[in-house]
Ligand binder design. Sequence first.
Ligand code: ZN
Ligand code: ZN
Length: 412
Amino acid sequence: MKSPISDANLEKLAAVSINTGLNLKKGQPLVITAPLNAQPLVRKLTEQAYKAGASLVTTIYTDEADTLARYQYGSDESFDVAPGWLFEGLGKAFTDGAARLAVAASNPMLLAEMDADKVSRANKAQSIAAKPAMQPIVTFQTNWNIISYPHVEWAKLVFPNVSEDEAMQKLADAILKISRVDGPDPVAAWAEHDEALHKRADWLNEQNFSALKYTGPGTDLTLGLADGHKWVGGSKVARNGVRCIANIPTEEVFTTPHKDRVDGTVSATKPLSYNGTLIENISVRFEHGRIVESSATKGESVLKKVLETDEGAARLGEVALVPHSSPISQSGLLFYNTLYDENAACHIALGQCYSECFDNAIKTDPEKVKASGGNESLIHIDWMIGSDKIDIDGIKQDGSTVPVFRKGEWAS
Ligand code: ZN
Ligand code: ZN
């Protein structure tokens, strides 16, 4: 398999993922999940992992052709089935101390032409079955990392006006630049970036805002923050004591909104690519934390279906701040990939909250997370509400306000 990324750059990308992202420890087992087309990167990751002292690297590959075969030939009942046994095994691996590395390199439109009902049933069955594997990840019981690799169909979507080869090349270059591995010393670049993210999170934690107020075109939103919320960003120490940077790239500082204290209207500033459907110009109105009105100029029925997934699907589980000057935003590209697009702009997420975004006294107890306003859902879907026209004020516990963002940038 030929790679659109040179050998030297693949090595750099793999080294950043293993050493900075995962911070893999000597003797630690590693589980990699990746699509088949990412094999050139997976081989470099495996090399780097063993060089770092991995005890065993286990890779689980998925193949898009196999996924399509299910839609073409699978029985109707097939769409309610998911490999629970696999996720239980993965959950055990992570709980027992294995690190987890996911390579994201898929065709965002793979299922665009498939029966929407089957897609949503398959996703639901998968989400339910995947809980034992996801739980140790979302609660950071182990160190984990997600990194991207080009995919030809993905490249053609992002760069529609050039040849296939050129699109792949451009996507490869964008991934390297945005993942901050294009410079001479990626490790130092990440250390500096990580420190900047931590400074922002520390400032927000000192302020201890009770809510954020967003104003901009189509947006007038008061977003209450959960009791005992903590802003986090960049690296964090997982519960196994390993400091890791989960997402590469990452530009966000984020925390947990209060599931019952969000009111007003908010409009998306970028389309949301969801399972092969592009949902455009989303606008929603919240009352007491719940979305009571929703519209989109394209993909509205998919949006409404998503909101009906379960009780928590129409409430927020994450709020994130990203300046408009972030490298992804400056690229001006729409990546049709959450890992990239969510790091381009301020965003909110429907659905499940991250328990890591709470005080220590709260985060280890799911009941306390819930009582503090943390939302629960099978879904977690990020969508962008930031632009160079958005102002955000922090509302303090005493009602006074502090500028946080002005015209899409940090106010101070
Ligand atoms: Zn986010
Ligand atoms: Zn998110």
